[in-house]
Design a protein around this ligand. Structure first.
Ligand code: PEP
Ligand code: MG
Length: 908
């Protein structure tokens, strides 16, 4: 980590169409700071301000408060002076005070994860100046009470103590509303607001033991340090872990002149997107509120209005609001302030063209003047990610490589998951209607608290509104419903970011947290009741609604085609059944990299034959049982070969821990004894005999084929006969027969000999031949080390990184669940090595094994078939060692195709 040097700036100013920083400085200025600087540079009207760098945050974490303040104070004072000059106001002045905001801003956007303080600089004296300047004492007192509320919560830690507790300030507000018999904040008189300020300060003193700070400089330092502290708050830590962002990034602090959207009917504030974040359509859209501050739009207390006329009409239709009522009470910005709208429209165009990506912008209108507060690349759903990238490519704004690199492969997952079956949907009863905040289909049991989202396997989190504390639970739930809030509410933005289905602002829902009930009209739903939600229409449906596979056409298909044009590695699939093989083919798999033959025996009618084989005491007995298994296997292989239509298929010989196949329950043991006409005692003793201390390192893989060669014979026969049968149907299959868990060359040689001899016999008997190859898995570290010897007789290698990881780390695949979560929590490991390939350690064995293998057989085909074959960063690694293909589960095939293209682009 870099540390500050003597002459490096700690503070970067912007505003007035100038800036010290630029968009390229995200690491130092955070995403928000870099964008504010950039916007200012290109002539967008941003309120002037400055950014304290992320490196100062790092120094703060290392050296503490005093060292940092001493270091940056002169620069902060200079920067404040610059804001004062631009705004014509003075920080801490009683006559003409400058008010500022203080916000966090890490290098990537972490919505709601850290804190913000607005209206900083207000105190009992400066408020008089604000009243004099604006002639609006209501606005001034409202700003003051909001400031105390926010500052006390963020900087002084005055928050609700438990989840059932109300916010202490909201409690005072509610109390006053009851007393005054009013419903909305806007009905407070100036005297009410003054009383609130007094009561707020009183509770701060009572609860914290300290008076609310009145000196603006004390306020400023308090806020800056609170932002730095929020980087290490629970919410931020969880969010960082969820996304894998390192702790040492730190956050920047952005200090900016306040502009006010709550200065009357000619003021307002809003959020907008240059394209639709849910669907990706090229439609400018967003929400705003007149006479309001930013948090009013997000908090969902008032119903936000749509920015465009088209959006407003669409909203009215969904909310069942008539055109007259819409135009009267909820007009669009386009209708209400056409000039401001025009200006905003131009800026959104300019910003999208400048950043060449969909922008998520925040703006404020202060007494008829438009200010842009923020722009950033907008969070979007998986579907929108694909559509926007492909559209920007077609519009000529970005090139093919950029379009491909814009795709987060794992986010494609969202598109591969089921949607509601139209027939089931037509039958389903709609119980309420909200906004289509994040598309998708979800069905689950109601929970009302985020920390209880894991109470059911499938849960739907139902809240009045969500807050950053809820993100963890939102991630666990299958879908999210809120009664309040618009398309840019916290719930909506977070849900789109994590690809969760969400319906927001379903106003008809009456949620009671105390009784854990949800009332819609006369109907009451309880915790645990099933509901379904359609995030694409905003419908909330009664009970479970059936789903079906999604259709992958349009931009998705275009993206896949584009990926294949750049990818160098092929993508195969791991499939054990014709059905899996067909799904994978529909996702574009170019073959099968692993068929686990033992998985074919789990079905009831087969496990019997398998058990007979395992329990047989003699070769003759075993051969008898294998004879029964042969036609079953052959049939399976035929199905798979047929589904793959001539694409390569790698079939792995049997690799089961044997004890998994023997019965452990008395009743089943009895049944087996009867079937085999042997005593229960001998079944029991055989089961005991097969028990292993460490089955993962026991009698499995080629150890089985080498001790019971007749198993390998039967399997080779089934594979080759199936290929011959298919040849008759006109489908040419060249089976790749794979020997598992090889550690010495002799283990492989003896298995290969059996396969080759069996092939000769089959071909002779059938008077026909097929091409086949024999290769090995590399999953024992020793095999990687002696890969040169093995490659002399093996046609191909497939890295079994599940076992290779197990044996390189010495972590049992069966038992790692007991300690890996703790290792991750403690930071001993950065990622689960069974999910994300450990490039540093296991990667060395892969690289070495590949090189050594190709040193004796230059055209050795090399692939991977462990779980890592569908994990984007691991796929990237496979490209760097020049693998021929990766193989992954069917649903990960599209992800691997894009990851393979990205890896090829990155390597050039
Ligand atoms: C592996 O070990 O990576 C592998 C693919 O085999 P299995 O998971 O069946 O042990
Ligand atoms: Mg294995």
């Amino acid at each position: 980590m870099e540390t500050l040097t003597e002459n490096q700036l700690s503070v970067y100013s912007f505003g007035n169409k100038k800036a010290d920083g630029s968009r390229d400085m995200k690491n130092l200025l955070g995403g928000k700071g870099a964008n504010l600087a950039e916007m200012s540079r290109i002539g967008i009207p941003v309120p002037p301000g400055f950014t304290i760098t992320t490196e100062v945050c790092t120094q703060y974490n290392q050296d503490g408060k005093e060292a940092v303040i001493e270091r940056i104070e002169p620069e902060v004072r200079d920067a404040i002076t610059r804001i004062e000059e631009t705004m014509g106001a003075t920080f801490g002045d009683d006559e003409n005070p400058l008010l500022i905001s203080v916000r966090s801003g890490a290098r990537v956007s972490m919505p709601g994860m850290m804190d913000t303080v607005l209206n900083l600089g207000l105190n009992d004296e400066s408020i008089k100046g604000v009243i004099k300047m604006t002639g609006n004492d209501r606005f001034a007192w409202d700003s003051y009470r909001r400031f105390i509320q926010m500052y006390s919560s963020v900087v002084m830690g005055l928050k609700p103590e438990s989840k059932d507790d109300l916010d202490p300030f909201e409690e005072i507000i509610d109390h006053l509303k009851d007393k005054r018999r009013i419903e909305h904040d806007t009905q407070f008189t100036v005297q009410d607001l003054q009383d609130l300020v007094y009561d707020f300060k009183d509770i701060v003193k009572k609860r914290t033991g300290k008076p609310f700070p009145s000196n603006p400089w004390d306020q400023l330092w308090g806020a800056i340090l609170a932002v730095f502290d929020s980087w290490n708050g629970d919410r931020a830590i969880y969010y960082r872990k969820m996304h894998g962002y390192p702790e040492d990034w730190g956050t920047a602090v952005n200090v900016q002149a306040m502009v006010f959207g709550n200065m009357g009917e000619d003021s307002g504030t809003g959020v907008c997107f240059t394209r639709d974040a849910g669907t990706g359509e090229n439609k400018f859209n967003g929400e705003y509120l007149i006479n309001a501050q930013g948090e009013d739009v997000v908090a969902g207390v008032r119903t936000p209005q749509q920015i465009t006329l088209l959006g407003s009409q669409r909203w009215a239709e969904l909310a069942q609001v008539s055109e007259e009522e819409r135009a009267e009470n909820y007009p669009s910005l386009e209708e209400l302030m056409p000039n401001i709208y025009k200006e905003l429209f131009e800026y959104q165009n300019k910003l999208e063209t400048h950043y060449q990506d969909m922008q998520d912008m925040e703006f404020t209108i202060q007494q008829g003047k438009l200010w842009i507060l923020q722009t950033r690349n907008g969070k979007r759903t998986g579907a929108a990610m694909v559509k926007i990238a492909m559209d920007l490519l077609k519009e000529g704004l970005i090139d093919e490589k950029t379009a491909l690199m814009r795709i987060e492969p794992n986010k494609l997952n969202e598109l591969l998951h089921p949607i509601f079956d139209p027939d089931a949907l037509a039958e389903a009863e709609v119980i309420a209607q909200g906004l289509p905040a994040s598309p998708g289909a979800a069905t689950g049991q109601i929970v009302f608290f985020a920390d209880e989202a894991n109470k059911y396997k499938n849960s739907i989190l139902v809240r009045v509104e969500t807050s950053p504390e809820d993100v963890e639970g939102m991630n666990v739930a299958k879908g999210i419903v809120t009664a309040r809030g618009g398309m840019t509410s916290h719930a909506a933005v977070v849900a789109r970011g994590i690809g969760k289905c969400c319906v927001s602002g379903a106003g008809a829902l009456k949620i009671n947290y105390k009784t854990r009930t949800l009332k819609v009209g006369d109907h009451e739903y309880h915790e645990g009741d099933w509901i379904s939600i359609n995030g694409s229409t905003g419908n909330i449906l009664e009970g479970k609604v059936g789903t079906k596979e999604p259709e992958l056409s349009g931009e998705f298909a275009e993206l896949m085609k584009l990926s294949d044009g750049y990818a160098q590695m092929e993508v195969r699939t791991n499939a054990d059944t014709p059905k899996d093989a067909e799904i994978a083919r529909s996702f574009g798999a170019k073959g099968i990299g692993l068929t686990r033959t033992e998985h074919m025996f789990f079905e009831v009618d087969r496990i019997k034959a398998m058990r007979e084989m395992i329990l047989a005491d003699t070769v003759k007995g075993r051969k008898q049982a294998l004879k029964e298994l042969l036609p079953m296997q052959r049939g399976d292989f035929e199905g798979i070969f047929r589904a793959m239509k001539g694409y390569p298929v790698t079939v792995r010989l049997l690799d089961p821990p044997l004890h998994e196949f023997v019965p452990h329950q008395l009743a089943t043991q009895k049944e087996l004894a009867d079937d085999l006409h042997i005593s229960l005692a001998s079944v029991k003793s055989k089961v005991a005999e097969l028990e292993e201390f460490n089955p993962m390192l026991g009698h499995r893989g080629c150890r089985l084929g080498n001790t019971y060669p007749e198993i390998t014979e039967m399997q080779a026969q089934a594979i080759l006969e199936a290929a011959l049968n298919l040849k008759k149907e006109g489908i040419i299959t060249k089976p790749e027969i794979m020997v598992p868990l090889v550690g010495t060359v002799e283990e492989f040689r003896q298995q290969k000999e059996i396969i080759d001899n069996t092939a000769q016999e089959v071909f002779k008997k059938r008077k026909d031949t097929v091409e086949y190859s024999v290769g090995t898995m590399i999953e024992v570290p020793r095999a990687a080390l002696v890969a040169d010897e093995i490659a002399e007789i093996a046609d191909f290698f497939s890295f079994g990184t599940n076992d290779l990881t197990q044996m390189t780390f010495g972590y049992s695949r069966d038992d790692s669940g007991k300690f890996l979560p703790i290792y991750l929590e403690k930071g001993i490991l950065k990622a689960d090595p069974f999910e994300v390939l450990d490039q540093k350690g296991v990667g060395q064995l892969i690289e070495l094994g590949t090189k050594r293998g190709r040193s004796t057989r230059p055209d050795l085909k090399v692939g991977i078939c462990g779980e890592h074959g569908g994990e984007p960063s691991s796929v990237g690694f496979c490209q760097t060692v020049d693998m021929n293909y990766v193989s992954c589960s069917p649903y990960r095939v599209p992800i691997a195709r894009v990851a393979a293209a990205q890896a090829a682009i990155a390597q050039k």
